[in-house]
Ligand binder design. Structure first.
Ligand SMILES: [Mg+2]
Length: 222
């Protein structure tokens, strides 16, 4: 029988298309603090990092300011959710891919994300995906990407060696995390960093469509 393998997904820009909503709340937050609103492109560069680190990078500010920005951002995000009229859509093909992969006896699925656990739970619930994942890694109990901690913990929880694991993500942070953990990496171009940056960050394979994911996993893990 084939050896088990661990397939770990990033969320923002990989499973869910959250870029527009994130950019909107970034802009509102920065304006409230008297700062110039970041553009969508600028916002995209930090998606995937833990929120306070994303704020520090985006605003070029000190830690107390970053924490205050993060708090304001969370307030705006919560207000949107409380209204209940908007949510982050899944990318086309994501659900089918998850169902296919979960159905393979030797494949375990996980998540490694910069999103807080309550946000991850809400989104998985919303899309009926909670049961697909056996390990969920968030900044609540891990260092921010690109530190390899999330992948190493996912491997430890599932008793799978990192050499039998793959990180699937849209940003350089995901590729760096995977490489540093000794895992394989698959970059996806439908998210926020693009092919050139993913290549530079050490992606083993890059795909443009969910339809190509199974073959890519076979290629890196067998
Ligand atoms: Mg991402």
């Amino acid at each position: 029988m084939a050896q088990p393998r661990l397939i770990v997904f990033d969320m923002d820009g990989t499973l869910i298309d959250s870029g527009a909503i994130i950019a909107e709340h970034m802009a509102t937050t920065f304006l409230e603090h008297g700062l110039a609103a970041p553009t969508r492109e600028q916002s995209n560069t930090v998606i995937g990092l833990t929120l306070d680190i994303a704020m520090r990078r985006l605003a070029g500010c000190d830690e107390p300011t970053a924490l205050a920005l993060a708090e304001t951002y969370r307030r705006h995000y919560r207000a949107m959710l409380a209204k209940g009229d908007r949510h982050e859509p899944l990318y086309a093909g994501a659900v089918d891919a998850l169902i296919r992969l979960r159905g393979m006896e030797t494949s375990l699925l996980g998540i490694a994300t910069g999103k807080a656990l309550h946000g991850v739970s809400r989104i998985l619930d919303l899309h009926g995906l909670t049961d697909h994942f056996v390990t969920v890694q968030t900044p609540d109990h891990n260092p921010s990407k690109p530190h390899p901690g999330m992948m190493l913990r996912a491997c430890a929880e599932t008793a799978i060696d990192p050499s039998r694991a793959v990180m699937i993500g849209d940003t350089t942070f995901d590729m760096e995390l995977g490489v540093a953990a000794g895992a394989k990496t698959i970059g996806v171009t439908w998210g926020y960093h693009g092919r050139a940056l993913l290549e530079e960050a050490g992606a083993h394979i890059i795909i443009d469509d969910y339809a190509d994911l199974d073959a890519a996993i076979e290629e890196v893990l067998g």
